[in-house]
Design a protein around this ligand. Structure first.
Ligand code: 3PG
Length: 212
């Protein structure tokens, strides 16, 4: 799958809602009700981070939730790409981008949302054919003013800022011409997920879905 094709799919997914929840799933049994609550709240695109032993099982469970589009986050290696795809992930996300990861996503046919934090990183990915990127770590790398500055010289690149995004600053990111959506973990707080408080998660999702 070419980078151009991957980015077209990534743009479509990014356009589904203003926020992509970044999920750390500790228990596979939480995956389905968590995804159902987020989708019901208006956030269909979900990123499950491959940071917990339950992540791949969680992706498989979430992939079966009607209306959900599940991706795997923090892809670092070819093995990550293969395992994510096998579990049912429809897209992948990475904090940066390496040649090996890019080759793996092309070979495995997994659309990648690759990360960039500087103009040169974004330009390199654009040269390869990626024009939909994750801006990471958004707040630490310069936040709204930095991303706004990139819109001038690089208007053809759209971003999903992630890392330090919250209800407080999300509207400012979403108002930028080069931002399609933002990513964030606040819609699925660890304590609400551990408590199985899906009504609270759905309410947070509803609030996030209305941010733009
Ligand atoms: C992450 O790395 O976990 C994501 O970038 C989410 O960051 P956040 O917790 O600041 O939303």
């Amino acid at each position: 799958m070419t980078p151009q094709h991957q980015s077209r799919i990534a743009r479509d997914i990014a356009g589904l809602a203003p926020i992509i929840p970044v999920l750390v799933v500790e228990e596979a049994a939480h995956a389905r009700p968590l995804a159902e609550a987020l989708v019901a709240g208006g956030l269909p695109a979900l990123e499950v981070t491959l940071r917990t032993p339950a992540a791949l099982e969680a992706i498989a469970a979430m992939a079966a939730v009607p209306g959900g589009v599940v991706g795997a986050g923090t892809l670092l290696t070819r093995e990550d790409v293969r395992a994510a795809k096998e579990a049912g992930a429809q897209f992948g996300v990475s904090p940066g981008a390496t040649d090996a990861l890019i080759e793996a996503c092309a070979a495995e046919g997994l659309p990648l949302l690759p990360g960039a934090a500087t103009a040169s990183e974004a330009m390199r990915l654009l040269e390869l054919g990626y024009d939909m990127l994750k801006f990471f770590p958004a707040e630490a790398a310069g936040g709204v003013p930095y991303l706004k500055s990139l819109a001038g010289p690089l208007p053809q690149i759209a971003f999903c800022p992630t890392g330090g995004v919250s209800t407080r600053n999300a509207p400012d990111y979403l108002a930028l011409p080069n931002v399609i959506c933002a990513g964030g973990s606040w819609v699925a707080p660890a304590d609400r997920v551990a408590a199985g408080d899906w009504a609270a998660v759905e309410a947070l999702a509803r609030e996030a879905a209305a941010l733009r």
